[in-house]
Design a protein around this ligand. Structure first.
Ligand code: GDP
Ligand code: IMO
Ligand code: MG
Length: 429
């Protein structure tokens, strides 16, 4: 029996994780975020209402679901309160449904300033970060310098840590010609942070354990995608956390046996936002069409997403890295108008054919995709809920992706709404 499902992205993010987490949490009682921060933008569409979540787990719109932010997430209190206020204004009792680990590192103003200053200084070499301070906050965590959520419960110690952090970071900022951050302003606002956050702090590993013991269903919600993983992605054009399945345990506080099923959310084509290698990127009318039909604009920064063909080399590697049990293929409907469809089945690197992605961005940049082409279906799949409703060419496309990625497709998403799915195997069964 499957009690816990881990949802993660197998590409460069924005695969449609939020929608699927919302769909599956109909049957879950706990949803856990375990890495990333408010660089994530997860979109939920319910009827005519669209909700974009950044830090709050995508189970929050469900009654009787507890949402937790695990220690692996870097938390900007400002961003969190903004999101809580947005949800509260819409009548979602988010403060009843949300708990947060005291071990989460805080994102503070100096992290954001450093992230943005570095990107500006990097010019053409910029990573194209979301500018949310994610990288600098993770650096502080690993350097054992982070100020954490728990520190807000002891404000004297908090103040000392802020003095030390500002002394450290302000040198970097002034080096970039940016005004230093005022520690007193952070200390002042921290009193408000403490008041609002204190009731939300809880023992996340204990909560997960209790839900498991009670036989409740748990959902782990990944952010970003496998190719943005700090170790396994297109380094250095990656985010600063591990986005692979293994991070769910260390980022929340449970063992590997706590995950029964890994659902790899996989777009039927590929998108990427920000800079870095993207072998199957399209610069032609097809790329434009995918972007327009797929409404491929960042849910966090509004930036236009780069679009391209499905990259089976990358997704096959992602399925190995994550131990993917089944794929949820999303946005199939976006491809409805295409006359023919290409799939990248291998790369050519310096004259040699390879079947796995190289390590690092330099070699990745030199990879030329080897394509296989299939006829498009040129028929409507939007909103389909049964396999038989999908045209034969679409079914063949799905079959071919299964062969190439060596993973079965268990769900097909055919639209942004909750009920627009073909269910082949329900992960919780
Ligand atoms: P996430 O970051 O992985 O949660 O994905 P985003 O929310 O950033 O981007 C996915 C976008 O595609 C959102 O606007 C969703 O509403 C939308 N979406 C999700 N699944 C489908 C689908 O199957 N078809 C279409 N047309 N849109 C989808
Ligand atoms: P969701 O969860 C797509 C990208 C940024 C940039 C790189 C590093 O919605 O899939 P960062 O701010 O994390 O230091 O930026 O990572 N990136 C994402 N791309 N979806 C996301 O999240 C992303 N989060 C970060 O564009 O290239
Ligand atoms: Mg997103």
């Amino acid at each position: 029996m499957t009690n816990s499902v881990l949802v993660l992205g197998t590409q460069w993010g924005d695969e449609g994780k939020g929608k699927i987490v919302d769909v599956l949490t109909e049957q879950a009682s706990l949803v856990v975020r375990f890495q990333g921060g408010h660089n994530a933008g997860h979109t939920l569409v319910i009827g005519t209402e669209k909700t974009v979540l950044h830090l709050v787990p995508s189970g929050v719109l469900r009654e009787n679901v507890m949402c937790v932010i695990g220690n692996g997430v870097v938390v900007s209190p400002d961003a969190l309160f903004k999101e809580i206020d947005m949800l509260t204004a819409r009548g979602v009792p988010v403060e009843q449904r949300l708990r947060i680990s005291g071990a989460c590192p805080l994102i503070l103003p100096y992290h954001i300033a450093i992230d943005q200053a570095r990107e500006k200084a990097a010019g053409k070499q910029a990573i194209g970060t979301t500018g949310r301070g994610i990288g600098p906050a993770y650096e502080d965590k690993v350097a054992r310098r982070a100020v954490r959520v728990q520190d807000l419960l002891a404000l004297e110690r908090f103040d000392e840590k802020i003095d030390a952090a500002c002394a450290y970071h302000n040198g970097t900022l002034t080096g970039h010609g940016i005004d230093p951050v005022d520690p007193e302003a952070i200390k002042l606002i921290a009193r408000e942070y403490a008041e609002r956050l204190a009731p939300l702090i809880d023992d996340v590993p204990g909560m997960i354990h209790a839900h498991r013991k009670a036989g409740n269903r748990i959902m782990f919600e990944g952010a970003q995608g496998t190719l943005l993983d700090v170790d396994h992605g297109t380094y250095p054009f990656v985010t600063s956390s591990n986005t692979v399945a293994g991070a769910a345990c260390s980022g929340s506080g449970c063992g590997p046996g706590s995950i029964d099923y890994v659902l790899g959310i996989t777009k039927a084509y590929t998108t990427r936002v920000g800079a870095g290698p993207f072998p199957t990127e399209l610069f032609d009318e097809v790329g434009k069409e995918l972007g327009e039909r797929g409404n491929e604009f960042g849910a966090t920064t509004g930036r236009q997403r780069r679009c391209g063909w499905f990259d089976a080399v990358a997704v096959r590697r992602a399925s190995i890295l994550n131990g993917v049990t089944g794929i949820c293929l999303t946005k199939l409907d976006v491809m409805d108008t295409l006359e023919s469809i290409s799939i990248c089945v291998a790369y050519e690197l310096d004259g040699k054919q390879i079947d796995h992605p190289p390590i690092g961005a330099d070699e990745f940049e030199r990879c030329v995709p080897v394509y296989e082409t299939m006829p498009g279906w040129q028929a409507n799949t939007a909103g389909a809920t049964q396999m038989e409703q999908l045209p034969e060419a679409a079914q063949k496309y799905i079959k071919r992706l299964e062969e190439l990625t060596e993973v079965q497709v268990h769900l097909v998403s055919t639209g942004p709404e909750r009920n627009e799915n073909v269910v082949i195997r329900w992960p919780y069964d």
